[in-house]
Design a protein around this ligand. Structure first.
Ligand code: MYA
Length: 432
């Protein structure tokens, strides 16, 4: 690798873009450009992430590196047995989400300190039921639900979680940790607590003999496997405009806007119904077959499908199309419920958002299937339906009047190299 970067340097030095400086010394434009580049990248250096087994910016486009694990597992006996050191006033805690009190503490921390949009108008407001669902999939480890408390007051001030998942990258199914809900209390930001939290969850994942992880973030880190975009479909345009989520389009009135987004009162596809427990085997087959085509996707079995997609009131909704003639399950759509707190609005405190989850179309056209999903979401009183441009979502977004959002979502793998940056349509994974 070092040799490669030397080769690039030499190439630059041999170019003949030379200037004579006032002192008479020859300065090449390329070397100047390199100095500017280096000072810029110094400002953008990632002191923590540069030490981690993740794709580094300098390696982007170097396809000679093999796909797969970046470093091999270490013997379990060599994994650090004690937790990492926290700054003096803080202590580790393992959070048992089954405890009503602990779940409430996590809920309050996230409600007040978790992800906000760029303009600080909205903040994710995951419900307690959602958190329990997200953190208790088959085979979960309680030790991966990690909190930090103030020693004296016992107040919960930081959190990070992992859950196990089998994720396929091209032909290889890898047991990974999905990392989520990293949160540091607003008053403790920029004190390098996040790297300690990440190292501690990594240690606890290693203790279970698992060496890879998947995560998403709104920030750019070394280095995204893919960068996706959120699209938003207004269901309650008046409220969305009132709270500043969207703006009235040019030459549009409120009543024209409401008409534009109006949806039928009933779904239209014959055989469209809510998924039930007895559908788990058929939905598993449908999903597995569908997800095969993506470069990175979960490897769901029936237990996973039962946990992740069987409807759970106020958490996840799933619908399918059962052929009225053959009773075959031909299509599927699902969304999860993730409201946002509206910060500082007189009239509204919560934005009810549905997020597109896993969808499969084999017989019902995508547009019709997803329009039925929008109709159900509208009946259930959601204000907006959000979807990433992953999988086949691009085939229906524009036609169903979704508009592009301003935020990006970056997907990452820890200790697993994928040689080319993936298009969102090559991704078959949705993280909560
Ligand atoms: S994404 C959601 C993240 N949460 C939020 O955005 C909530 C609001 N923000 C906060 O609570 C804080 O700002 C956080 C950072 C906690 C995000 N992912 O302590 P610091 C790096 C990874 O001084 P703070 C989600 O949950 C940053 O680049 N790294 O900063 C997935 C810098 O490192 P470097 C991040 O602002 C999480 C360092 O932290 C993120 O006080 C996946 C600064 O630390 C981020 N979202 O706290 C975690 N934000 O200098 C990785 C900042 O190098 C998992 N940073 O640039 C990796 C796999 C682990 C398991 C492996 C198993 C094998």
């Amino acid at each position: 690798m070092a040799d490669d970067s030397k080769a690039t340097e030499n190439h630059n030095l041999t170019s003949d873009n030379n200037l004579s400086s006032e002192s008479g010394k020859e300065v090449s434009i390329d070397s100047l450009a390199r100095q500017v580049q280096e000072s810029l990248s110094l400002a953008k250096r990632h002191k923590f992430w540069e030490t981690q087994p993740v794709g580094q910016f300098k390696d982007l486009g170097v396809s000679s590196l093999p796909e797969g694990p970046i470093e091999p597992p270490t013997p379990l006996s060599e994994v650090k047995q004690e937790p990492y050191n926290l700054p003096g006033p803080y202590e580790w805690t393992t959070c048992d989400l089954d405890s009503e009190d602990t779940c409430n503490e996590v809920y309050v921390l996230l409600t007040n300190n978790y992800v906000e949009d760029d303009e600080n108008m909205f903040r994710f407001n995951y419900s307690k039921e959602f958190l329990r669902w997200a953190l208790h999939p088959p085979g979960y480890y309680k030790s991966w639900h990690i909190g930090v408390r103030v020693k004296t007051s016992k107040k919960l001030v930081a959190f990070i979680t992992g859950v196990p998942a089998r994720i396929r990258a091209r032909d290889t199914v890898v047991v990974m940790a999905e990392i989520n809900f990293l949160c540091v209390h607003k008053k403790l930001r920029s004190k390098r607590l996040a790297p300690v939290m990440i190292k501690e969850v990594t240690r606890r994942v290693h203790l279970e003999n698992i060496w890879q992880a998947a995560y998403t973030a709104g920030v750019v880190l070394p280095t995204p496997v893919s960068t996706c975009q959120y699209w938003h479909r207004s269901l309650n345009p008046k409220k969305l405009i009132d709270v500043g989520f969207s703006r009235l389009g040019p030459r549009m009135t409120m009543s024209r806007t409401m008409k534009l987004y109006k949806l039928p009162d009933h779904t239209v596809t014959p055989g469209f119904r809510k998924m039930e427990p007895h559908d788990v085997p058929a939905v598993t087959r449908l999903l597995r077959n569908y997800l095969k085509q993506f470069v990175v996707a979960p490897d769901f079995d029936e237990n996973d499908v039962e946990h992740w997609v069987l409807p759970k009131e106020g958490v996840v909704d799933s619908y399918l199309v059962e052929s009225p003639e053959t009773h075959e399950i031909t299509d599927f759509c699902s969304f999860y419920t993730l409201p946002s707190s509206i910060l500082g609005n007189q009239n509204y405190s919560t934005l009810k958002a549905a997020y597109s989850y896993y969808n499969v179309s084999t017989k019902t056209p995508w547009i019709q299937l997803m329009n039925d999903a929008l109709i159900v979401a509208k009946i259930k009183d959601f204000d907006v339906f959000n979807a990433l441009d992953v999988m086949h979502n691009e085939t229906f977004l524009k036609e169903l009047k979704f508009g592009p959002g301003d935020g990006k979502l970056h997907y990452y793998l820890y200790n697993y190299r994928i040689n080319h940056v993936l298009r969102p349509s090559e991704l078959g994974l949705v993280m909560l």
